[in-house]
Design a protein around this ligand. Sequence first.
Ligand code: ADP
Length: 264
Amino acid sequence: MIDEPIVAAQGVDFSYYNGLVLRDVTLTLAPGAMVSLIGPNGSGKTTLLKILCGLLKPKRGRVLLSGREVGRLSRREIAREVALVPQELSVPFDFTVREMVMLGRTPYVRHLRGMTPQDHEVVERTLALTNTAPLAHRPFNELSGGEQQRVIIAMALAQEPQVLLLDEPVVHLDVNHQIEILELIRRLNRQAGLTVLATMHDLNLASLYFDRLVLLDEGRIVASGSPGEVLREDTIRRVFRAEVRVQPHPVRPRPQLVLLPPGA
Ligand code: ADP
């Protein structure tokens, strides 16, 4: 039997003012999928994430979460199913890491003072899972970029979602912290069964860490499949307007791109 998709976008069109930003997008995520959304700047990746978690409404088509139409669910019901990790989070107050992660429980409690022992247990478990427990008492605003990213992921996980949507989770990080965050995301996927959809700029990291890539170009899905199926020299040339050579990774069975700039 095939599992019912946990997320399904069907024939979605979207525009902000005029001109379609998403065109007839159909995308399904099976439970436990680990998928990266790639595509040039402005191709509609962030917009699609916002549509999938109900922050934006499609102009045409629909989005289903475990078979239920997003438009018919309350914000709390959506938040228990899907959590979005945004590209940036500005925190105006001196929240500590533990307080930030507690905020992730808001879909479950009316007020933070109304947190039950079970809510506190989820917060402590989430701090441990994301390796943020040693930072729990520190003010969020004083942390490094990599530490902040782990806390934002922890906050999203405290919602206990089935699906984690991440918008460029490693874009501001150095290579060591990029790998640390991607290892964390993969562990959550493999061990906790979390369904993951992440937008990624770095195509080589996307290839290494994700089972399936979905390529957006001007609001349309133009390729979807394994990294080997999607990362092809002709496709990259057409969509990203960049000359590349595709080579096998020396250790993992995943393709890697080598740039061939015009002057090289
Ligand atoms: P990506 O994440 O792939 O860079 P986005 O989804 O952010 O793409 O943007 C897709 C298109 O929608 C771009 O042309 C962008 O300028 C436009 N856009 C994004 N957000 C807004 C907004 N809030 N208002 C108007 N236009 C927007």
